[in-house]
Design a protein around this ligand. Sequence first.
Ligand SMILES: *[C@@H]1O[C@H](CO)[C@@H](O)[C@H](O)[C@H]1NC(C)=O
Ligand SMILES: *[C@@H]1O[C@H](CO)[C@@H](O)[C@H](O)[C@H]1NC(C)=O
Ligand SMILES: *[C@@H]1O[C@H](CO)[C@@H](O)[C@H](O)[C@H]1NC(C)=O
Ligand SMILES: *[C@@H]1O[C@H](CO)[C@@H](O)[C@H](O)[C@H]1NC(C)=O
Length: 270
Amino acid sequence: MKGIVWTAALLITTASAFGEPNPSHEHAGDVFQYFHGFRHWFDDGVINNGTPAGETVELGGENVYLSYPRRNQTEYGILYLTDIFGNALVNNKLLADSLARAGYFVAMPDLFQGDPVPVDAMSNPNSGFNMTEWRARHPQSQVEGIIETAIEAVRSEFGTTKLGATGYCFGGKYVAIFLAEGRGIDAGFTAHPSSVTADEWESIAGPISIEFGELDNSNTPENRTNIEAIFAEGNKTFQTSLYADAEHGFAVRTDLTDKKKAFAQESAYL
Ligand SMILES: *[C@@H]1O[C@H](CO)[C@@H](O)[C@H](O)[C@H]1NC(C)=O
Ligand SMILES: *[C@@H]1O[C@H](CO)[C@@H](O)[C@H](O)[C@H]1NC(C)=O
Ligand SMILES: *[C@@H]1O[C@H](CO)[C@@H](O)[C@H](O)[C@H]1NC(C)=O
Ligand SMILES: *[C@@H]1O[C@H](CO)[C@@H](O)[C@H](O)[C@H]1NC(C)=O
């Protein structure tokens, strides 16, 4: 819930009967009351199963999964930056659909050009997958180019004027990068971000929300404290949350039979 509220504040949602964001609110507290009361009209939280509702199209030569909100408004958009499993992971599409159902036009570029990390690469020791080689095939400069193309297309072809970014694990780094001045993102949200440097956090120019999991070894208590100190010293508009028993990746995929993990995912979904 709180995550929703924050994005509401970030991206400026009030829940009209049609679920369309309204840019008049910028304060989380304001939006919370309003949003909470009307939430059930258009938003039932995270979609965890079923068939993705969006479509994959080519924009600027790159594949992008698009998911539309009710009435197809495209003025208020979210750029969804995936984890290493990319657009092939159904959870990413369903989460994009969840954000669309909450009132946003969602664009999820294929950051890996059809070559994501296989879903079982980590869990299956015999998969033969080589992470070093995979990373070399997807250098930062290339990923940034794909994101730039997507931002440009969303703004020019769909008329999106307010564009937030959500990023999970791998994608979290790029939320920070593209939230810097002039990079094209107005507000950022990331859950369990990976490999973000201090410089990248220091450079953010818009509001940001970060969702951490207690069990995420890539965001230790020390890391979290450092990030918050950077934001405080840099006079950033920020919010951080910590979820009990939540592991790396929990916002995208987790064990929903575990009440704490389910709570974490549902609360952190936006
Ligand atoms: C929204 O866009 C989709 C895909 O382009 C289209 O199939 C659908 O009819 C549109 N819905 C409305 C209400 O315009
Ligand atoms: C992965 O690829 C790198 C670079 O080609 C190679 O040095 C390394 O030995 C490989 N690792 C495994 C486990 O095969
Ligand atoms: C997180 O903190 C650990 C030590 O707790 C450190 O080794 C690591 O480099 C930090 N990661 C980042 C991204 O700053
Ligand atoms: C911090 O940012 C606010 C706007 O968010 C501004 O009014 C204030 O002057 C800034 N403070 C410093 C010390 O830069």
